[in-house]
Design a protein around this ligand. Structure first.
Ligand code: UDP
Length: 264
């Protein structure tokens, strides 16, 4: 009487849509949805440096959930629907625009290198940069001219993306300042969400210490992926501290605890 047994869908039957460096996308339970799974893999310098950091995926899932819920609550549209478990969240399927949108408030990283600016120098105003998402080309920086000329986004879409980037930056700057953290810079990605005849640009991917530079206000300690890029150690402790300050992690939580395993 097999047919009377509850229907169990094993993980491995889920269709894998895409595997990136730190995340996997699976087919979702309903059309137009996907499951975004956060891995523990850490990569830098276009994956030339790679490691597995136990518990990172769990922390990024929680921190990104928190940020996207806050953004949704102030009317910034995102792909986020709900968190499913320790490592996974349900998201709307969007058509990813092949750009990394970087917003900077303080000089650091590649900006400091390129223009010879001291890391930590406040910028005269927030600056938006675009990088073309292409691993083979090392994600080159591009201008609005390239983006519209090559059709990666229309001028109207680019206006929407920049307006979203500024809103996200203003909101996140305040959110982190409230818990003693300076938002130095961050990267966001956008997608086209189709609803019937309508299309709108929404914030997609993740916003977490993997994609932001977060410095403690008092000590300037780095609480982000630069700890991995620069071999400083203490990454899980730093991400946990970000989560703790945001009120996400309570004392008893253990990000290294077993979550659903990624089926290879
Ligand atoms: N960033 C990212 N993914 C990338 C490149 C950059 O999330 O592929 C984030 C990075 O964490 C930082 C911001 O974008 O918060 C600006 O990075 P930058 O251009 O300084 O490059 P990096 O120094 O990381 O090479």
């Amino acid at each position: 009487m097999d047919f009377l047994k509850p229907r169990y869908i094993p993980m491995k039957s889920r269709r894998r849509i895409y595997e990136g460096k730190a995340k996997v996308l699976f087919e979702g339970p309903e059309p137009g949805t996907l499951v975004q799974h956060f891995k523990d893999d850490a990569t830098a310098f276009n994956a030339k440096k790679h490691d597995v950091i136990d518990g990172k995926g769990v922390l990024n899932n929680r921190i990104s959930e928190y940020v996207f819920l806050q953004l949704n609550s102030i009317g910034v549209p995102t792909h986020f629907i709900k968190r499913l478990n320790m490592r996974e969240q349900l998201i709307r399927e969007v058509e990813i625009i092949p750009l990394e949108v970087v917003v900077r408030n303080v000089a650091a990283g590649s900006l400091s290198q390129r223009l010879g600016l001291d890391e930590g120098m406040p910028l005269p105003r927030s600056i938006i940069e675009f990088y073309y998402k292409n691993d083979a080309l090392n994600d080159p920086m591009v201008s609005e001219e390239h983006i519209t000329a090559f059709g990666w986004a229309t001028p109207q879409e680019l206006d929407d993306i920049m307006a979203l980037a500024i809103r996200v930056n203003d909101f996140l700057t305040g959110l982190f300042l409230g818990v003693g953290i300076r938002l130095v810079d961050f990267k966001m990605e956008c997608g086209r969400l189709y609803e019937g005849d309508m299309m709108r640009i929404v914030v997609a991917d993740e916003i977490s210490p993997d994609s932001c530079r977060l410095w403690d206000i008092k000590s300037n300690d780095k609480m982000d992926k630069d700890r991995f890029r620069r071999d400083m150690g203490g990454l899980i402790e730093a991400y946990s501290e970000v989560a703790r300050r945001l009120g996400i992690l309570t004392e008893g939580d253990n990000p290294k605890a077993e979550g659903p395993k990624l089926v290879q």
